[in-house]
Design a protein. Structure first.
Length: 247
């Protein structure tokens, strides 16, 4: 309780902490669902819900942002992953704004580890688009055209976010590793570093760059992605300036 009072008092003098509280970043999972190794990042428990130490969240966020900025400035590629309803639109918007690939509907096994097969499906999607736009599908019956259109729509949903991804990313930004175990596993197999916005139910030792916070809240995810977007823009700008210098 004393620690909570200290954190609340700090809000008056720290606008960043206040922003986090307003976004609901402090709210974790229930005590029963919290991983034992997350204890150092928990401030207290209120009504059975864990309260994150926001100071430690900021420390972890700083480490993650420094790493991400350096990667992007060195022209490293990024992939966003977040398929839960609270994250989908936020990541889709960030993906379009920054021209960064994203997976926001469903993670398909092999997206990273079997990228050649995934790439073939993406090329097929592009071909279907072209066939419909040029009228090439008119040689098929109406029933066949309907089937092709449905197939195209399904492929659009699954692959439109990664159609411009040329290969495995240099870093992944992911919302809630508990919900994306398959993606985490593939990243680990390929030694791709992951920046993960995590709740209190994960093992922090399994994540390279963990930022602990409320992964169930749209406003909390929006706070996290706001920081991510800002530093990616800085990295992209630095990369562009470096390119201009060398040309």
């Amino acid at each position: 309780m004393a620690d909570e009072i200290v954190q609340l008092n700090e809000l008056e003098n720290d606008p960043e902490l206040k922003e986090m509280v307003d976004a609901g970043v402090f709210c974790g999972r229930t005590r029963l669902k919290t991983h034992p190794r997350m204890r150092p990042y928990i401030l207290s428990t209120r009504n059975g819900i864990e309260v994150f130490n926001l100071g430690k969240t900021l420390e972890k966020m700083g480490d993650a942002l420094d790493f991400l900025k350096a990667k992007v400035a060195a022209k490293g590629t990024v992939l966003f992953i977040g398929t839960q309803p609270a994250a989908q639109q936020i990541l889709e918007d960030a993906s379009k704004e920054l021209s960064i690939p994203s997976v926001t509907v469903r993670w398909l096994g092999g997206t990273l580890t079997n990228f050649k097969v995934i790439s073939k499906r993406v090329e097929y999607l592009k071909k279907l688009r072209s066939d419909f736009s040029t009228g090439a599908v008119e040689k098929y019956t109406k029933k066949e055209q309907l089937g092709l259109r449905k197939e195209m729509e399904k492929l659009e949903e699954l692959f439109s976010g990664i159609e411009n991804m040329a290969g495995k990313p240099d870093v992944i930004v992911l919302i809630d590793p508990v919900l994306h175990k398959a993606a985490m596993s593939e990243a680990k197999r390929l030694s791709i570093p992951v920046i993960a916005y995590t709740n209190s139910d994960v093992n922090p030792e399994e994540i390279e760059y963990m930022v602990q916070g409320n992964t169930k809240s749209r406003s909390s995810i929006d706070w996290f992605m706001g920081k991510i977007k800002a530093v990616i823009k800085e990295g992209q700008k630095a990369a562009t300036l470096e390119t201009l210098k060398t040309n």
